[in-house]
Design a protein around this ligand. Structure first.
Ligand SMILES: *Cc1c(COP(=O)(O)O)cnc(C)c1O
Length: 374
């Protein structure tokens, strides 16, 4: 049996007719950019996230860039984020002219370690981007404490966390994308909510920030031919919005399916010696964008090879911590600067995880992994 890492055609299949009908509708009107499909999707996504405002943009990277711009971050500023994330989190900081400062992650959850972030705060630090990595919400109470002490702006990188929640110490439920000043989502096709191409969105509770993002995505226009800022062309196509609205209707159910897959993996793998799971914090309800296990670094690659030989596709998120990427050689964060992230990078394996993964496929992954580590 082969088990792919993701199965996009299977995900699209139940909505194929609806997607084609949306395409036909848009072809008939010629409204490729803007129009009702965009506003309808934004309203539905804002409702799902629990933030009053959602502004769709071209990519998750644009969502981060526009959020940083709206927050007034630019040259001379430092922004702290996690060393173990997709490169785009730091890249967005560089794209607005600011300097990324990569902080280490917590060894149990692999999420941004607030105490390590605190040690990296300087007078130039203007913002912090906690990344809800693998679909688990960061401990935002610890981040809040830093923010209050140092007057920082917070942007959630929620690209992997559509629908994830965590119970705050106050008992309030944090919903990814509705906690901080601004949040960035990606609708890259493999994300929990994926477009049929590129897509992204900024969410916020602040109407002024929402308006600023809406201007920035449209060449800084306040009105037609009235450019009040140097912006971007970062609008999301009507067709993508129409298709995202269709897929959004299945997101809650698909997140639940991922949680059931994760529970089955956890049940079967938690007692297995030689395997370490990413911990789920108390009160946390991740959406399992990825299901990551850790094995001894010395045999990580051979374990992956054995899984591959058994027809099971795996991946690594991420093999090189951001501060050690060649593009960031000039940052001066040497090996040893984020030891937990650096070690995790040599141990992690992402297993197949998607709503349509069958019990039989999952059990096959577990059997192959068990054989590979024993
Ligand atoms: C996917 C992703 C992004 C970038 O999103 P794109 O839509 O690919 O530009 C940023 N941060 C994280 C954590 C991601 O997983």
């Amino acid at each position: 049996m082969t088990v792919p890492f993701v199965d996009l055609p299977a995900l699209a299949a139940p909505d194929k007719d609806a997607y084609l009908a949306a395409f036909a509708r848009i072809l008939d009107t010629g409204g490729y950019i803007g129009g009702p499909a965009v506003g309808q999707f934004e309203a539905a996504f804002a409702e799902f996230v629990g933030a009053p405002h959602a502004v769709s943009v071209k990519t998750g990277t644009d969502a981060l860039v526009l959020a940083l711009r709206a927050a007034g971050i630019g040259p001379g500023d430092e922004v702290i984020t996690a060393a173990n994330s997709f490169f785009a989190t730091a890249e967005a900081i560089s794209l607005v002219g600011a300097t990324p400062v990569l902080a280490d992650v917590d060894d149990a959850t692999l999420l941004l370690d607030a105490s390590d972030a605190a040690r990296r705060i300087t007078p130039r630090t203007k913002a912090i981007i906690p990344v809800h990595l693998f679909g688990q919400v960061v401990d935002m109470a610890a981040i809040e404490a830093l923010v209050r002490a140092h007057d920082l702006f917070v942007i959630e990188d929620a690209a992997q966390a559509h629908g994830a929640t965590r119970t705050a110490p106050s008992g309030e439920i944090w919903r990814a994308g509705s906690i901080a000043n601004l949040a960035a989502f990606s609708f890259y096709p493999t994300k929990n909510l994926g477009a049929l191409g590129e897509g992204g969105c900024v969410t916020t509770r602040n109407p002024e920030l929402a308006a600023r993002i809406a201007q920035l995505r449209d060449h800084g226009q306040a009105g037609k031919h009235d450019h009040v800022a140097i912006g971007y062309n970062a609008r999301l196509d009507a067709l993508q919005c129409a298709c995202l609205s269709i897929s959004l209707a299945r997101l809650a159910e698909r997140n639940d399916a991922r949680r059931r897959r994760a529970a089955r993996y956890t049940e079967q793998l938690s007692q297995l010696s030689g395997i370490r799971l990413v911990e789920v914090a108390p009160g946390s309800r991740p959406v399992y964008h990825l299901f990551v296990v850790r094995v001894d670094a010395r045999r990580r690659d051979s374990v992956r090879d054995r899984l591959g030989a058994a027809g099971i596709a795996t991946a690594i998120h991420y093999p090189t911590p951001i501060h050690l990427q060649r593009a960031y050689g000039s940052l001066g964060q040497r090996p040893g600067s984020c030891p937990v992230a650096e070690r995790a990078a040599t141990e992690m394996i992402s297993l197949p995880m998607y709503p349509d993964l069958t019990d039989a496929q999952l059990d096959e992954v577990v059997a192959a992994l068990t054989a590979a580590v024993s």
